[in-house]
Structures are given as C-alpha cells and as structure tokens.
Design a protein around this ligand. Structure first.
Ligand SMILES: C[S@@+](CC[C@H](N)C(=O)[O-])C[C@H]1O[C@@H](n2cnc3c(N)ncnc32)[C@H](O)[C@@H]1O
Length: 345
C-alpha cells in the first residue's frame, strides 16, 4: 500500500508549516481525515483533571470524551502504527476499554518518574494521606490487525496464518520443511498458543510457495493478504508495528519535569502546565518510526511531540484548539526548526 501524502489540509483550517511539521489551530477531530496515515500517534490529551478549557473534570467522563478520537485513530492509522497514550494510571485505566474495543492492542505501560525533586518542599507530612505522586504514564498500543480467510471472515494474524496453511490440506509438520527449519514453523509460526511468533516475510513466502507446489489446487493464492494477489512480503511486514530497540532503556523513564531553557514561558511563568520533555518525545518517536514516517499529535499543547518529530526528520501533524497555546507552539517550532512557510488555507 502506498503512503498517502496529500491532501493534508482541511480546506476550512489554515495550516502553518515549519520544516516537516504541519500545525493547525483546530479541533483534532476536524483534521484526522485530512492528514496522511500515521505510523505513530502521540496522544497527550485530557487526564480528567479539568485543567484546560473543555477538559473533563472527572475520569468517568473520559471514555465518552475520547470515543470519537479513538475511532478516528483506528480508522486512519497505518497497520504498522503505534499509539502512545499519555495519562495518569486512572485516566488510562478508564480509557483502556475504549482503545481495546477499537482494535488497539495493549503492549506496555511506561512510567515517567519525575523524581523526588518534583515534590520536594511541597509535601506536608502531617496532612498528606498517601504517597506523593511523581509519575505519569505513557502506554504503548499497537494495532490488532485482521486478515480475511477464504469465507471472508476477518481473523487475527495468528489464526489467519494457520488457516492459510490448513487450506493447503498439507500436514502441519511439513511447514518446517517448507521453511527449511527444524521445528520453528510448527512451534512458532503456526501454533495457536502464547509461543506464537509473527513469521518473518521470508518464512511466509516459503510457506506460500510450498503450499502452491504441494498443496490442494486453488485459484486463491496461498497467504494472499487481499485474497487475490500473490503473497506480498513488504505488506506482510507492515502488518505489525515497527520497533527500533534501544539497549538500556526500560519502561521506567527517569526525567525531571521540564525546566530551564526548554520550558516555554508566558507573562506569568510557565505557559502550559503539561509541557512534556522533548527527550521523552524523541524516545517514543524513535522506538516506533523511521525517518520520513508520519507522526500525529492530536492534542498539541506546545507541540513537543511535533517538535521532536520534525527534528528527527519525520513528517509531523499537530492540532491545538487553544489560540494562545497554538501561537506559542508555532513560535517555539519556528525558532527551533526553521523559517515558517505559510500555506494558503
Ligand atoms: C496535555 S496538553 C498537551 C501538552 C503537550 N504534550 C506539550 O508537551 O506541550 C493537551 C492539549 O490538548 C488541547 N486540546 C484539548 N482538546 C483538543 C482537541 N479536541 N483538539 C485539539 N487540541 C485539543 C488542549 O488545549 C491542551 O493544550
């Protein structure tokens, strides 16, 4: 599938372009259908704290608030996309069922540990009745991709690979010979247990060729992703999320809240209460995208993810609904990246 690169503007909303970043002062819901398919979505939206205009005041309201956004992410994200969902433990737990039912697969929860300095001097030991909170979480989701079987039923990949082999009427153990392995095909690629492992494109191509040669005769090519064309290794590899591993990085991220030069300031101090560290945004983007990929930041704020993505040569698309935050984000990226090229509405 070719990446759609145009159009990426809602004709009703002007776009500000800074380098490879595209910023819109808009409700993200008005933008999704116009942006190119994302490989990564960084969603740092409401936590249910009522901190910015329109933010729900309780976590109980979050599922309804997020429903249309999550549905759009599912509709438009690439099959190899990753969603990073920021929240508190409770806001995430409350929204998780919405993500799950919309086809997002929970992978892991990463904890942003802001360190003791975050609360130093602010805790009254005589009145506090719990642990001082110095964390937020960023939860990684990938897509629960589905493929059609011969009857048109959409199957999870694990079931689909096995169904395609069974369609050949060949015994299961011949899959090992097909792939030139001792037992990896039966133990990993075709098993239905937790040991299932996403078969590499090469193994899939070998199984497809073997089934075609030795299996039941059929007009539907074996392991065809669309039921019509021959097995496509590149498209198959895109059926799972990208992952670029960094040794030494765990799911606990120690980083102080943003201070100093990085922190965007207004007339009365810090401009935005929720500005995220660029280093964490970079970590998220690097883990699941390559240069040239598309990153979405639906709830821009000061557009930290978009800033990081553009610096890393990704194409970044942000929406921020609030005019003050939007202007500050634009100024920040303009200063940090390049001269803006204003595009016609
Ligand atoms: C938690 S802040 C994001 C902070 C950002 N990660 C940063 O580092 O600056 C969430 C932002 O989303 C914006 N927002 C809320 N609903 C929105 C919507 N429907 N579309 C676009 N922006 C929205 C809010 O105005 C707020 O600035």
């Amino acid at each position: 599938m070719k990446m759609k690169t145009k159009p990426f503007a809602n004709p009703a909303v002007p776009v500000e372009r800074v380098g490879s970043a595209f910023l819109h002062q808009a409700d993200a819901l008005a933008m999704y259908e116009h942006w190119p398919r994302p490989t990564c979505i960084i969603a740092d939206g409401p936590y249910g704290l009522g901190k910015f205009p329109g933010e729900p005041h309780s976590v109980a309201e979050l599922p309804a608030w997020y429903a249309a956004h999550v549905a759009a992410w599912s509709k438009y994200a690439a099959t190899d996309a990753t969603l990073w969902f920021w929240g508190s433990e409770l806001s995430w737990a409350t929204v998780h069922p919405v993500l799950d039912v919309n086809g997002w697969q929970y992978e892991e929860a990463c904890v942003w540990d802001k360190g003791i300095a975050h609360i130093a001097g602010n805790v009254n030991g005589k009145t506090i009745r719990g642990m001082p909170v110095v964390s937020e979480i960023a939860v990684r989701y990938t897509r629960k991709n589905l493929l059609p079987d011969i009857n048109g039923n959409l199957l999870p990949l694990k079931e689909w690979v096995r169904a395609e082999w069974l369609r050949s009427s060949l015994p299961m153990n011949q899959s090992n010979a097909a792939c030139g392995v001792k037992n990896a095909a039966t133990r990993k690629y075709l098993t239905q247990c937790h040991l299932w492992y996403f078969p590499p494109a090469e193994a899939m191509a070998q199984m497809a060729a073997y089934c075609t040669k030795h299996g039941a005769k059929t007009t539907r090519p074996y392991f065809s992703l669309d039921g019509k064309s021959a097995f496509d290794g590149e498209a198959w590899e895109r059926m799972r999320a990208k992952w670029n591993h960094t040794h030494g990085v765990t799911n606990v991220w120690q980083a102080p809240p943003v201070h100093g030069k990085e922190r965007v300031k207004g007339d009365d101090g810090y401009l935005h209460a929720n500005q995220k560290p660029l280093a964490l945004m970079e970590r998220q983007i690097l883990s699941c995208t390559d240069a040239g990929d598309v990153v979405w930041e639906p709830f821009g704020g000061l557009c930290s993810a978009t800033f990081a993505a553009a610096k890393l040569n990704r194409r970044a698309f942000a929406a921020e609904i609030n005019e003050n935050f939007f202007k500050a984000a634009l100024g920040r990226l303009t200063e940090g990246l390049a001269t803006p090229q204003k595009k016609a509405a």
